[in-house]
Write a protein that binds this ligand. Sequence first.
Ligand code: ATP
Length: 473
Amino acid sequence: MNGPNDPTEGVIPYGSLVVDMALVVLVGWAVWWVVRYLRADAMTRQSIRQAVRVRWGWKRLAPMLKLAATDKTPTALAALANTDGKPIKPRVLIPTLKVTYDAYGVIARASCLPGVGLEQFQKAAPHLADAWKCTRVAITQDKPGQVVIRGVRLDPLKLPTEHQPTGDVPDETARWDLGLDEYAQPVSVDLTQVPGVTVAGLPGFGKTSLINRLLSDWAPSPCVQFACADGKVSAAHEGDYADWVQRMFAFVGDDLEEANKLFRDLVELRRLRSAWARKALGVKSMWDVGPSENWPLVVLVIDEAHTYFRDHKGSDPKTKKLAALAAENARLVEDLVKKGRSVGMLVILATQKSTGDAIPTFIRDVCPVGLSFAQKTAEAAVAALGEEIREWPDANPINLQDPTYVGVASMNHQSQPGFTRIRTPYVSDADAAHIADSTAHLTADPSALLEAFLGPRMWDRDVDLKKADADAA
Ligand SMILES: Nc1ncnc2c1ncn2[C@@H]1O[C@H](COP(=O)(O)OP(=O)(O)OP(=O)(O)O)[C@@H](O)[C@H]1O
């Protein structure tokens, strides 16, 4: 009974305080979720609903897919509580499941149980895809005792994306952000220590846009200098690189002689860099210290590469001269790819031609990274990506001929087995032009930079280029 002197008067009962607080937390949590849901785009909202379904259905689904374990040994507590002597029921253990989402689908992390691990989850993947209404499900293990289940409702390869370059200096030099893989996971390749990349594919499937992205993302760095040979055009103001010319220390069109001179100059630079690396940088490989404004990473883009390498057949003097130039061009570019890695030179070769002479196999095979957009025939796919592609039919670029796959490439990297399919984003010409404009002042000739860096005393000294060649090989 509450009287005037009741000591509990004005004191909120402890139990009610806990309930109130729980209610506040619950309401706060619900509001947070509603706001999150309303602010999400249509694709993400679908994924949120999917994530809720996945979480709620897991307890029933896991045993049906044999992703549960039975523990017949009673726990100590159950044994103590078992006073009537009846046999104790075995416990069914269900892997814990934490589900998150993104625009493309769900990412679930499940704990492993005795007898239920990576292998069992991988076996169940097609059934998980059916139950969760996913186009694809991938199971990987990121740490012991836990698997990651990636389910994509929408096929990321079929959804075009765009990339707007920021114009900021990249955080990491030589990281090439390529796009999203078939599970919508970002794919990037580290091009430090990589001397060559090949890019092939039918016309109009996204090669230029892919290279545009690399140029746009890297151009803001003063530690990168670009040169280009574009076999599709005769003059710098034409074609895909017209805007980029201002951010390039050298540009040549389809003239074989001019291209030959550019390749020779770059081989000369490579030889000088090889000769001076140790004295000037204090290390044998530029990558030990990274590129700098004085010693920038030199990126040579050779577009429509077949223009410079293709075989010229005929016995008239003009054809013979072209044939000799093409053969020498191939030899010079091979030199750059084979020996340019440690001194910071990277060659990107692109072609729409799908025969072995477009990018000679002796050059292709020394390029550690190869990408191919759609190809018409299995032979063309092999010419682009090497014989190994025959063993990976799912990733074969002959399956990318549908217009839906404009912008989708299959990539191999010598350091990893197999191929990755990547949805590359579209980079508009206007955005690329803007970056080229705003970074044009960073353009510098790396040979002049080397000369200035070494100073007249060192530059004048005879360097043993033959020895440098032998060291670089
Ligand atoms: N990643 C992409 N996503 C969506 N659409 C793209 C993408 N890349 C290119 N496209 C579309 O395809 C068109 C042609 O692209 P691009 O010029 O990059 O092809 P290409 O392979 O370089 O062709 P070519 O060999 O003739 O130079 C672009 O204008 C654009 O409309």
